[in-house]
Design a protein around this ligand. Structure first.
Ligand code: NCD
Length: 328
């Protein structure tokens, strides 16, 4: 089937390509034109997906391996869907089905994958820096799907696309990122992206969950939801990542909800048209009240999931165009 004239296929052919890196390992260090172009390309994939059309010739004959050392539902499935919609052969490798459980090291696993001539390697790992290490070993283009507490670049891109489509812009907005900043790679990637694109970024949470260094990233720190949410255009809630916590970082889930859980009362501090975001999976009644999470007007949580597929299609497209440029 022919892609539509104004579809993703044409977008990069009409202008210079700004994103010229082989991998996508982090948002930190990306320039506004690179981010802007990825978002424009993703936006055109939203339209393509909604039209029901596909572009299966783009990655035909290419192999994408989803290598997940940590659990994931939406990130893994959306990379799978994105790869399939572009025609790639997609293979999912989870920890339980791989020989990592038998003691194989990350480097050995990488060498095995390399021998399979994989073109695109999507990696999630509980150690920060694991995708960077793999990128030095494998021939494939590596995409970081979340590494430890470091970065989760495609999540920040899908969040930015959701914001841009809802608010019509990114620059100049006040974005409050709330909750477990300390353990969140989503927060780190979003801070880099949103400050680079001209937002005023606030982080809001208890002192035990906000590392001191975060202030060096150009954000304002708040420990009180009323002050942190005042006048915000976007309220981004984060999951309490208890699996990464040492004991004693929060008193109890009930008390946490009382001070930092987003309910309608706390949301009222933000702008009347502020949107509510959450990367999922949500702890309902801990960091977010169901009435807010399911609010059809304010919550854009389902839209974030839809944007996730489009953003991953754009990233796969962009990186594979890069690879084609290197072909003889
Ligand atoms: C996030 C992650 O895995 O970092 N989830 C996601 O990708 N949808 C956030 C989280 O686990 O809380």
């Amino acid at each position: 089937m022919q892609p539509p004239v104004d579809g993703p296929h044409m977008l990069l052919q009409r202008s210079a390509v700004f994103y010229r890196q082989k991998h996508l390992l982090a948002i930190e260090g990306l320039q506004p034109p690179e981010i802007g172009q990825l978002l424009d390309l993703a936006d055109s994939y939203v339209l393509l997906n909604r039209s029901g059309k596909t572009q299966r010739d783009l990655l035909r004959g290419r192999t994408l391996i989803n290598l997940f050392f940590e659990d994931s539902t939406r990130t893994r499935t959306s990379f799978e869907l994105a790869g399939k919609r572009l025609g790639a052969d997609v293979i999912n490798m989870g920890v339980s089905s791989s020989s990592v459980n038998k003691g194989e090291t990350l480097i050995d696993t990488a060498a095995t994958l390399n021998a399979m001539h994989c073109d695109l390697l999507v990696v999630r790992h509980d150690q920060s820096g694991a995708p960077n290490l793999l990128a030095q070993i494998v021939d494939a283009a590596v995409i970081n799907a979340g590494d430890g507490t470091h970065e989760h670049p495609t999540q920040a891109l899908l969040d930015a696309l959701t914001i841009k489509r809802r608010k019509g812009r990114i620059a100049g907005l006040i974005v409050a990122i709330c909750g477990d900043i300390a353990h969140s790679r989503v927060a780190r990637s979003n801070i880099h992206l949103l400050t680079t694109m001209g937002c005023q970024v606030r982080v809001v949470g208890p002192p035990t969950l906000i590392p001191a260094e975060v202030a060096d990233l150009g954000v304002t720190v708040f420990h009180d939801m009323a002050a942190g949410l005042a006048g915000a255009d976007v309220v981004m809630m984060l999951r309490l990542q208890r699996e990464r916590m040492t004991r004693g970082q929060i008193p109890s889930a009930r008390e946490y909800f009382r001070f930092y859980g987003l309910d309608q009362e706390k949301l009222a501090y933000a702008k009347p048209d502020a949107i509510v975001m959450h990367p999922g999976p949500m702890n309902r009644g801990v960091e977010i009240d169901s009435a807010v999470a399911d609010d059809p007007v304010r919550s854009v949580i389902k839209e974030q999931v839809e944007m996730g597929v489009a953003v991953r299609m754009a990233v796969l497209d962009m990186l594979s165009r890069g690879n084609r440029r290197n072909e003889p």
